[in-house]
Design a protein around this ligand. Structure first.
Ligand SMILES: N[C@@H](CCC(=O)N[C@@H](CS)C(=O)NCC(=O)O)C(=O)O
Length: 224
């Protein structure tokens, strides 16, 4: 039997993406969480200092996209990559949009709002000594905010970011009308990548209400 360990944060959309891929393929796996100051160990797993990292039969793979490709290659049953080149191209574009653009909305909605941040830190410190929470609060929030500023979205007003997010949700809703999946006739990595970001916004942000208001998106999210 394949030995699979996912190094993760439960609240990371990229780790959620890998869990959904493993679940879709019916592969049993263990998770190792890096809550609280255990996060300091992540640098040993990944030169980029990022999670997810997957250990599979003695091989270590970093980055959700590389992990997805490796799993698809090893376990082609229940494919998540379409056979048609045109659909594969659409899937790649949507996956990149989810990972590189939608992700920043998720970070913004967590780091720029006190209630969401408080909830996030609580989740990130689950199972850890109480004193790690203030440490994480002091170190992690400014780090997130610096990244948001460097990316650009962190210099935008909340009203502007919320309006852009609503427009994206409406567009996604239109895209999904009369369709079961974002690309083609079966679930693909595009569905999993986009849904994993939205699920994390739903988990911690008041913007979850915008998602709940998009009826097609809500219906589709329940199936991904
Ligand atoms: N391109 C990477 C992105 C992974 C990523 O950004 N993970 C975040 C958690 S959601 C992380 O590890 N952040 C820690 C850091 O940047 O220091 C992937 O697809 O796996």
């Amino acid at each position: 039997m394949t030995d699979i360990v996912l190094h993760q944060w439960e609240v990371s959309p990229f780790c959620g993406k890998v869990r959904r891929i493993l679940d879709h393929k019916g592969l049993p796996y263990q998770v190792r969480n890096y809550n609280g100051l255990l996060a300091l160990q992540v640098g040993k797993l990944s030169p980029a200092g990022k999670l997810p990292v997957l250990d599979i039969d003695g091989e270590r793979i970093q980055d959700s996209r590389r992990i997805a490709a490796a799993l698809e290659q090893r376990f082609p049953e229940r494919p998540l990559v379409p056979a048609s080149a045109a659909e594969r191209a659409q899937m790649e574009i949507l996956q990149d949009w989810a990972d590189e653009s939608l992700y920043w909305y998720e970070v913004y909605f967590r780091a720029q709002y006190d209630a969401a941040w408080e909830q996030l830190v609580g989740l990130l410190c689950e199972g850890r000594p109480f004193w790690e929470k203030p440490v994480l609060n002091t170190v992690a929030r400014p780090q997130f905010r610096r990244s948001l500023k460097a990316q650009g979205i962190g210099r935008m007003d909340k009203a502007v970011v919320e309006a852009r997010f609503s427009l994206l949700l409406q567009s996604l809703d239109t895209q999904l009308a009369g369709r079961q999946w974002l690309v083609g006739e079966q679930k693909t990595l595009a569905d999993i990548a986009v849904a994993s970001q939205l699920h994390e916004i739903l988990r911690t942000s008041h913007l979850g209400a915008v998602i709940a208001g998009a009826t097609q998106v809500s219906r589709w999210l329940q199936t991904v």
